[in-house]
Write a protein that binds this ligand. Structure first.
Ligand SMILES: O=C(O)c1cc(=O)[nH]c(=O)n1[C@@H]1O[C@H](COP(=O)(O)O)[C@@H](O)[C@H]1O
Length: 224
C-alpha cells in the first residue's frame, strides 16, 4: 500500500506551501489544499502545487443547493483533483449532483461531522444523538447517494467501514501521543486510524509545525 498520509498544507502563502510540499514529498502520499490556500490562490495556485507531482486533495467542503454545488464541481473539473470534499449534510440530491458533475478520476467524499466538534457541540446545533449515530446516518446517506466515501474521525471509522466495506474513508484529527491537539476534539493516533480502517489520513500541524517537517512525516509513516 502506498503512503496513506495526505499532508494538510494550511497556509495562504504560496511560497511556504511549495517549500513545505517539497520538503515532505518523499514521505507523504499526497497534498491536501483547503480553503485557506484556495481563497488566496485559486485554481492557479492548485496548478502550481500539482507540479510537485503528488496527488491533490482539494478540500473545499462544498455545501449549498444542488445546482450551485454541481456547477462549482464542474468549474473545478479541469483541475482533476484526486479527491474533492462536500458536506454530507447538504443532503441526498446535492451529493448525487456533486458526484455526477465530478470528473471520472476524482473521488467525491462527504464530510460527516467535523473532528473539531464533540457531543455537546452537536447538541447545540440541534442534532439529537451521539457523534457515532450522526456519523452513521450521514455515512449511510453518502453511500446511498453514490459518492465515493466519507470524512469522519478515527472514532467512527471502524463502524462506517463495517457497513460500507467498499467506501473510501478519510480520517483527519490525527495526533501522536505527544502532539499538541489544538482545535481538534475527536482525535486518534495515526496507527489507530489505519487499524480501524482509514483509507487515508489527513495530517496538518503535527507535520507542518514540526521543526523538521520531513522528519515528522517520516516518523509518522514509520508507525503505520
Ligand atoms: O475535510 C477535512 O480534511 C477535515 C475534516 C474534519 O472533520 N476535520 C479536519 O480537521 N479536516 C481538515 O484536516 C486538517 C487537519 O489539520 P491538523 O489539525 O493541523 O492536523 C485541516 O486541514 C482540516 O481542514
Amino acid at each position: 500500500m502506498s503512503n496513506r498520509i495526505y499532508v494538510a498544507i494550511d497556509t495562504p502563502d504560496l511560497a511556504r506551501a511549495q517549500a513545505l510540499a517539497h520538503k515532505v514529498r518523499h514521505h507523504v502520499g499526497g497534498l491536501k489544499l483547503g480553503l485557506e490556500f484556495f481563497c488566496a490562490h485559486g485554481a492557479t495556485g492548485v496548478r502550481e502545487m500539482a507540479h510537485i507531482g503528488l496527488p491533490i486533495f482539494l478540500d473545499l467542503k462544498l455545501h449549498d443547493i444542488p445546482n450551485t454545488v454541481a456547477k462549482a464541481v464542474q468549474a473545478l473539473g479541469p483541475l482533476a483533483p484526486a479527491i474533492l470534499t462536500v458536506h454530507a449534510s447538504g443532503g441526498r440530491a446535492m451529493l448525487e449532483d456533486a458526484k455526477a458533475a465530478a470528473p471520472t478520476g476524482t473521488k467525491v467524499v462527504a464530510v460527516t461531522m467535523l473532528t473539531s466538534l464533540d457531543a455537546s457541540d452537536l447538541a447545540e446545533t440541534g442534532v439529537i444523538g451521539s457523534p457515532a449515530d450522526h456519523v452513521r446516518r450521514l455515512a449511510d446517506l453518502a453511500a446511498e447517494a453514490g459518492v465515493d466515501g466519507i470524512v469522519c474521525s478515527g472514532e467512527e471509522v471502524a463502524a462506517a467501514k463495517r457497513s460500507w466495506p467498499k467506501g473510501f474513508f478519510v480520517v483527519p484529527g490525527v495526533r501522536l501521543a505527544d502532539s499538541v491537539i489544538g482545535d481538534q476534539k475527536r482525535v486518534v493516533t495515526p496507527r489507530a486510524a489505519v487499524d480501524a480502517g482509514a483509507s487515508i489520513l489527513v495530517i496538518g500541524r503535527p507535520i507542518t509545525q514540526a521543526e523538521d517537517p520531513d522528519a515528522a512525516a517520516r516518523a509518522i509513516a514509520g508507525t503505520l
